[in-house]
Design a protein around this ligand. Structure first.
Ligand code: ZN
Length: 241
């Protein structure tokens, strides 16, 4: 198929190496698991990258040939190079690269920089989560039932310090009464951003068929538009003559 969407699944890949119990759930790493289920779709071309790879996994030739960057980070947000964060932001704002922030990427440097937020939230212990589909007309929720029972997940709760989402796709209920905006979209510059909460390293959400479909739909939605002109510097004197 022509014009496959080029996806890079980036993972800090630390829990899986340092904790046997996490490696047992994701033996190929979370990024390997995400690649495996996305590889079932022949309209995607998927590669993986990790924090400890050369250039933190995203040298220019990788980043500049990525249509959608998926990001999972948790314990090593601070280790991500600030110059890399600015390169990612520029790719989103100027080139329209999609950014899919998974789970604890709400506190990652790229998500906070691209969206403009502290990313802070209310946190508690793992609880039963039911995720409700509140925008069934959206491309990302296509094929997703009115609710998805995720079993045990890490509790993320409101208030969640994000700008008002452009679209709110999912709201989650947790058994001790908390609620959370678990699926949100943003438009930033020429790019699109999808934040999606399920995916704690000690839980099995990435094996859930609906989580997998939502992330596939999210990649398709976040892929860049076919822009008619290169990004310019908005110099009105040039644009009008
Ligand atoms: Zn977590």
């Amino acid at each position: 198929m022509a014009n496959k969407i080029r996806v890079t699944v980036w993972n800090e890949y630390r829990h899986e190496k340092s904790e046997e119990s996490i490696r047992a759930i994701y033996p190929k790493g979370i990024h390997g698991c995400v690649k495996d289920f996305l590889d079932q779709h022949d309209d995607l071309e998927v590669r993986i990258a990790a924090l400890d790879d050369p250039d933190q996994g995203l040298p220019d030739d990788v980043l500049n040939n990525t249509d959608v960057l998926m990001w999972w980070g948790h314990m090593a947000h601070g280790a991500v190079d600030d110059a890399l964060v600015q390169r990612i932001k520029k790719r989103v704002y100027d080139d329209g690269m999609g950014f899919v922030a998974m789970h604890s990427a709400h506190m990652s440097k790229p998500f906070r920089e691209i969206v403009g937020t502290s990313g802070k939230l209310l946190w508690s212990d793992d609880q039963h989560e039911i995720m409700w589909n509140v925008l069934p007309s959206h491309p990302i929720t296509a094929g997703i039932p009115e609710h998805v029972d995720l079993g045990i997940e890490e509790m993320y709760g409101e208030p969640f310090m994000i700008p008002q989402p452009d679209e709110l796709l999912f709201i989650s209920w947790f058994e001790h009464g908390y609620v959370f905006r678990s699926g949100c979209t943003y438009h930033r510059g020429r790019g699109k951003v999808f934040y999606f909460q399920p995916g704690h390293e000690a839980c099995r959400s990435f094996y859930n068929e609906y989580v997998q479909k939502i992330l596939y739909n999210g990649v398709k939605w976040a892929a860049p538009n076919d822009f008619g002109s290169p990004m310019h510097n908005c110099d009105y004197r040039k644009n009008l003559v």
